[in-house]
Design a protein around this ligand. Structure first.
Ligand code: SF4
Ligand code: SF4
Length: 164
């Protein structure tokens, strides 16, 4: 199955695809920000045991889900940015948490055409393609329609090698 593929190693947040996502069926939409948010929580978030972002949120909009990933409940989030300030690793960019939120619907139904984010990205950081999950190549699936290329943070990588 084809997936939307985001290469976080290439994406430089240039905003070209954000502008292009705003079209007839997506007025003022910034769908790519929501995908970058999911991708960041799945790959580069440190999954802190005592997560400062969760503790900072007065609105209980952030929770840790069963798979250990942080999730944001958009109907509760007021865009106060406390979580962004609280995260010591700079994972939660301000454009992930706008007051008026956007969604990506993967442009389902755009048969035969590429989504605007794909055709507008000058860096080719967003593509539609058949891809296999492959941790050796830093490719991870996030949900049913998204694949992410990013060096994944891992607690195990920080452990010193075991003595023989
Ligand atoms: S921006 Fe949203 S998720 Fe972050 S602390 Fe504020 S209400 Fe919570
Ligand atoms: S504080 Fe930052 S690194 Fe820690 S769980 Fe929250 S988003 Fe992830």
């Amino acid at each position: 199955m084809e997936r939307l593929f985001i290469d976080l190693e290439i994406c430089n947040s240039c905003a070209e695809c954000r502008a292009a996502c705003d079209y007839f069926y997506h007025p003022q939409n910034n769908g790519i920000a929501s995908l970058r948010e999911y991708a960041a929580f799945a790959t580069i978030c440190r999954h802190c045991e005592e997560a400062p972002c969760v503790n900072a949120c007065y609105h209980r909009a952030l929770e840790r889900s069963g798979d250990g990933h942080i999730r944001r409940y958009k109907m509760r989030c007021t865009s106060c940015k406390c979580c962004s300030v609280a995260c010591p690793f700079g994972i939660i960019f301000h454009d992930f948490i706008p007051y008026l939120d956007s969604r990506c619907d993967f442009c389902v139904g755009l048969s035969g055409k590429f989504p605007k984010c794909v055709s507008s990205c000058p860096e080719k950081a967003v593509q539609i393609k058949e891809v296999s999950e492959d941790p050796e190549k830093d490719i991870y699936f996030v949900g049913e329609r998204l694949a992410v290329h990013s060096r994944k943070w891992s607690r195990e990588d920080l452990q010193p090698p075991k003595k023989r």
